[in-house]
Write a protein that binds this ligand. Sequence first.
Ligand code: SF4
Length: 689
Amino acid sequence: AQMRESRVRKTKTVCTYCGVGCSFDIWTKDRKILKVEPQMEAPANQISTCVKGKFGWDFVNSSERLVKPLIRKGDAFYPVEWGEALDYVAERLSDIRGEYGPDAIGYISSSKCTNEENYLMQKFARSVMGTNNIDNCSRYCQSPATYALRQTMGYGGDSGSIEDIAAADLVFIIGANPAESHPVLSTRIRQAHKRDDQKLIVADLRKNDMAERADQWLQPKPGTDLVWIAAVTKVLIDRGWYDSTFVAERVRHFEEYRASLQRYTLDYAEEVTGISKEQLIRVAEMIRDANRMCLLWAMGVTQHMGGSDTSTAICNLSLITGQVGRLGTGVYPLRGHNNVQGAGDFGCAPDVLPGYASVFDEKVRAEYEQAWNVKLPDRRGLDNHQMVERIHEGRLKAMYLKGEEIALVDSNANHVGKALEKLDFFVVQDVFFSKTAQYADVVLPACPSLEKEGTFTNTERRVQRLYKVLEPLGESKPDWQILMGLANRLGADWNYQHPGEILAEAVSLTELMAGITYSRLEGYDSLQWPVSDDGVDTPLLYADRFAFDDGKARLVPVDWTPPLQLPEEYDLHLNNGRMLEHFHEGNLTYRVKGLREKVPDTYVEVSGSLAEERGIRTGSRVRLVSPYGAVNVSVVVTDDVKGKELYMPMNTSKAEEAVNFLTSSHHDQHTHTPAYKEIAVRMEVLDVQ
Ligand code: SF4
């Protein structure tokens, strides 16, 4: 009986699904997951989780897990031993680099992986392979917010903590749907909003769960957010409802900024956005009356051709109202994936090293060159978008990708698929044989989060440890071990025994995270960067100064970029995003029986009026066609969308139904984040049912 008892273990982990970063204990018996038990001391969630965190783990025992390396021969894949697989990858990468140079290979890291693994991935690309061609999936989501924050306030992260949002008396959510994308965070907002003194404004095309309970719901025309934000900001300035003391003491470029708003009158905003002048004034009054306002935004803002500029407009609004640097105020670009913040923090981007140090800064490069004992590239690398284009041009010959379903989640999937077909050599490292893996030459079996140690960084810059709950399944390995095996075959001499040693090396090279150590992150302990040498962290940014040499924030004038216009035959705007029960493309959650039974497939939401006009109902099958592709999908008729607006979740159990077969390659001008939200389609009825 005692032996049986001792097989039951309780291990602390951090959720692998979203940027809220819930942590909890997982009870297991051998490989069986008995229960998920959140604890009061969990900093982001306390005793809450959502349905994915609570029930979303069975995929780790799926019979579809990759358990052995695979090598392609002709059209088929054959299992091989690790030694053979890594020798082959090393040889091919080495040959391609020899023939075409280091910049002919691209590397894509993963927000599913730990900070330590992301650090090693960029170290591998830069120090072993000699290129800055390294990126991660923040290119698909919040790169525009990071860009905006870094040019206005200094740091590319949420300015406060999730729990601080409760202290706000006005919460303003723009282009985000936390009830489905950041569920535990939305629970906290909902609880706080029940207080009489906390108001909620939501701006979203769709009447999502938060919009439904908002005091004001703004429903702009697609792609027009910058216009109404600028108009509200202009009202605040023109009527003297801004924080002139804060602006005078802590912000630069006010006059240029004020002048740049001339065009954004209420009349213009009403015409462009469809939001009435009265409602815009009402919003301005609510901002005027708020002592503490938090601004939250996500992909409804960023995934546009003007995504960076709209993010900048939000930062500008926060600055002129002095709503930053105090408890209950601040800017929160909500991070989608569990560790998308960390992937960027640890340098998986073409222009920055860990801690956002520029690759163009000679002094920084010299430090890394000394630490890594190599000469580092000083050219800007390629981002995800550029890599795809360079493959089409025949200039990028090989790609090494870990934990990212690029064939489904990158925009314009047909275009991306054609690029992947053209690669001379393609390595995919993943937990499952993904859609992307079908294009690979070598597939390397990686472990999911439950089978490894490391740290994740959530949306509030909070670094937390995860401990190994289960042993790796079959011959799968943690990504850091795979990378080390490969690097050493290519001339490196890495000898990490434990991820803690990787983190120690990484933080020793960054000012931003200098004091983070595993011993300071024991159990449920966590640290929010910046963390000083002596371990003091910073839950609240900008209390005294902004992260520029002079300590002052910058107002940055921006202009509106009208959304993509397609020919009239594409008469329906197709919005897209997440759903509660599934995560991202769905490779993990559709392999969880309970979640798959709850929502077995993707669907398209259609308004009652459109359904009537086209003679369709819930369950009808339709074909959506854009200039870039087509998908067949089932209809759900709902009030959440209006008129000619459609909504389709990005998660899908059937690869051929993925929404990105419809989206385009248009992108944000500053960051190349795809304009996923700017697409129109036409609809053909296949089967009314
Ligand atoms: Fe928490 Fe997000 Fe995981 Fe849900 S998916 S448990 S909200 S971290």
